[in-house]
Design a protein around this ligand. Sequence first.
Ligand code: PEP
Ligand code: MN
Length: 310
Amino acid sequence: MRESWQERFAGSRDVLLSAGRQQTVVPVLDFVVGGDEFIVMAGPCSVETERQLMATARHIRRTGARVLRGGAFKPRTSPYAFQGLGLNGLKLLAAAREETGLAVVTEVMSECDVAMVAEYADILQIGSRSMENYSLLEAAARSGRPILLKRGMTATIAELLNSAQVILDNGNPNVILCERGIRTFETAMRNTFDAAAIALLKEISHLPVIADPSHAAGRRGLVPALARIGVAAGADGLLVEVHPCPDQAWSDGEQSLDFSAFDGMIAALKPWIEVRGIELRRIEPRGTEQQRREPEGREAARVCSVEAVR
Ligand code: PEP
Ligand code: MN
């Protein structure tokens, strides 16, 4: 007889759906991840400048995002690439939350930084390169903050679930899984987006699942299609890289959407979200009257021209 999913993933039984277990909904500020609202997390790969971050935060909020993403501690492929602004980046993220009401998700790379990152962030991101660092997972779990657990780029689904189990074992039930593409023999895309993993995780686990089309695609033109696939596969939300001027970004510009591409993608996703019986809620814009009235695109153009002469 074929083994059941329960048998197959027995090492991480607390993350599996079982009789009487409810879907986990992760509370963050004034909303939940994993409920009947589709949650959009968006923002730059790296926090670069106050102007870049604030313009992005204001824009994505107007489009319906709930969470601002942005790396202050950056794991980079090259040791000589920009490594992030560190504490100053965290402070900029907190200032953006203060002004916009968006929640903040940002990566923590080291156990030593957990307390500091947890002071500023609403959700701690565990990056692909850190997924199996159990001492980091334990420390992050014990901070009490919700954890966005990205799938390792060479991790199996069983290994992803084991890492989620480690977080639960350390007293933190608020885990959000994230599919961000895996390495396969295919090299045309940055990674291979494993949409089947999203469908399977939704079938076997009670944890919310988020799709990251940006790191899977590696090219901005593919991001909307992968986002649509993620929604169709059952994802509870999206993590997507957005930058006011992607060609000037300090990291991952080639896969970042500009503001109008982001708006177009979200508008095109709406019917796909609604057909699942969930919704994308748009909250009342905050900000000054001038910011609310600023024509779409004007703010990005202004930010880009200033940043270009830096
Ligand atoms: C990121 O979200 O910018 C990032 C570094 O992602 P990953 O860990 O999936 O590569
Ligand atoms: Mn990135």
